[in-house]
Design a protein around this ligand. Structure first.
Ligand SMILES: *[C@@H]1O[C@H](CO)[C@@H](O)[C@H](O)[C@H]1NC(C)=O
Ligand SMILES: *[C@@H]1O[C@H](CO)[C@@H](O)[C@H](O)[C@H]1NC(C)=O
Ligand SMILES: *[C@@H]1O[C@H](CO)[C@@H](O)[C@H](O)[C@H]1NC(C)=O
Length: 403
């Protein structure tokens, strides 16, 4: 029994995946390819995050992360671009990079349609006043990712952080209000992607039935919870291969939360889980009567994505090898990628929000390069004002310096 409830944390972390898929609208072929790519990315990202957080709650928005990375890929070239696309799981025999951007645009438009749930998804890019990215990069950010653009002074760290936090707070309806904690004055660009979801259950829980109960974290640890209760017909499926129950709670509209309760070992389910399980549940789920108990939840998570993305193969962008020539000819690299998410579940419905932030710095600021002139080199002595070369030469063998 104890271990059963533990599984809930797991499914909550997955819940957002399914809430992000519109069931009713017939997706375009390219959108289907994108949905498959995003789902596959979700599971890989989940495993990577969860492996470092075995006994912690996990909750994030894979869509916010993949959207930020796909937008970033607009500015990446060479090996950095390749690593981003392969990290995202783009299969070029299924669709091209251009088609991926176009599909993200279709998805953004589709998700932002007014429906019975409140869903807002978008991106923004903040640029340091004196930094001039290639106009094509900004045009594509706007065209494919409907990006808002702002010019800021990153050296005024408090003022700019306040401005960015106000934007994030507005977009997430106050759920994430202090996203940028300390802004590095060396930042020259910052890319944000946000998502906000608020849905009411198709059938709501009766607050009078909510009772104090215990949640069994593990064999030794129990914690108190407010447990909601309902007896009704729900879509459910018992997955024999995983030894786990899957239960679907529908929101008004086409969104739903899928909760997965392993019989005993959460870790085993976590490791085995992939997209085909969700497909299988959705295919085989049947409506039947259940007594369900779901704890009220209010949680906040925060992740540094840098090591997670590196582990997923997207490593060059964090190093001097970063190729961001699509953004600027100046050498840039990514100093950090962070993600924050919140989830609230109560009798009326669920609210979830997430933000992904990617900060860019000029290479010259960060890495201390070592240059050792211990092999033949060239010398100029120039006048920096008139640009005249006063002297020039080469040093091939310093031993013969005194001729
Ligand atoms: C960076 O990417 C651009 C565009 O793809 C490419 O032309 C250039 O060769 C790459 N530079 C390096 C050092 O790989
Ligand atoms: C890419 O998609 C094709 C066609 O669906 C498939 O045969 C191939 O295995 C996929 N490649 C990868 C690396 O997933
Ligand atoms: C749960 O499954 C994992 C992976 O299959 C295994 O390493 C672990 O020992 C199992 N734990 C229990 C309590 O059975």
């Amino acid at each position: 029994m104890g271990r059963n409830v533990l599984g809930l944390w797991f499914c909550l972390s997955l819940a957002f995946i399914s809430t992000c898929v519109h069931g009713d609208l017939e997706p375009q072929p390219d959108t289907q390819a994108l949905n498959r790519m995003n789902s596959d990315f979700s599971f890989r990202l989940y495993k990577s995050i969860a492996s470092g957080a075995r006994s912690e709650n996990v909750f994030f928005s894979p869509l916010s992360v993949s959207m930020a990375l796909a937008a970033l890929s607009l500015g990446a070239g060479g090996e950095t671009h390749h690593q981003l696309l392969s990290g995202l799981g783009l299969n070029s025999s299924v669709f091209t990079c251009e088609e991926m951007h176009q599909s993200f645009l279709d998805l953004l438009k589709n998700l932002n349609q007014n429906t019975e749930v409140n869903l807002e998804v978008g991106t923004a890019v903040y640029i340091h006043e004196s930094f001039k990215p290639h106009p094509e990069f900004l045009q594509k950010m706007k065209r494919f990712y409907l990006s808002d653009g702002f010019s800021v002074d990153f050296t005024k760290t408090t003022e700019t952080a306040d401005q960015m936090n106000a934007y994030v707070s507005e977009k997430t309806h106050g759920k994430i209000s202090n996203f940028i904690k300390d802004l590095d004055p060396r930042t020259i660009m910052y890319l944000l992607s946000y998502i906000y979801f608020k849905g009411k259950w198709a059938t709501q829980f009766d607050p009078k039935m909510t009772k104090k109960d215990v949640f069994h974290v593990d064999e030794e640890t129990n914690v108190p919870v407010e447990m909601m209760y309902m007896k009704d017909k729900f879509q459910g499926y018992y997955d024999r291969e995983l030894s786990a129950h899957a239960l679907r709670l529908d929101y008004k509209d086409s969104f739903s939360m899928i909760l997965v309760l392993p019989d005993k070992n959460l870790t085993a389910v976590e490791e085995a889980l992939s997209l085909h399980h969700i497909t299988r549940w959705n295919t085989w789920m049947q409506k039947r009567e259940y007594n369900i108990y779901v704890p009220k939840l209010s949680l906040k998570t925060s992740y540094s994505l840098k090591n997670i993305l590196i582990e997923m193969g997207m490593k060059d962008m964090f190093t001097p090898k970063a190729n961001l020539t699509g953004i600027s000819d100046q050498n840039l690299f990514i100093s950090e990628a962070v993600h924050e998410a919140t989830l609230d579940v109560d009798e009326a419905g669920a609210t979830a929000a997430a933000v992904t932030g990617i900060s860019f710095m000029p290479l010259s600021f960060h890495f201390t390069e070592t240059l050792k002139f211990n092999r033949p080199f060239i010398i100029f002595i120039t006048d920096q004002i008139t640009k005249n070369i006063l002297f020039m030469g080469k040093i091939v063998n310093p031993e013969y310096s005194a001729a």
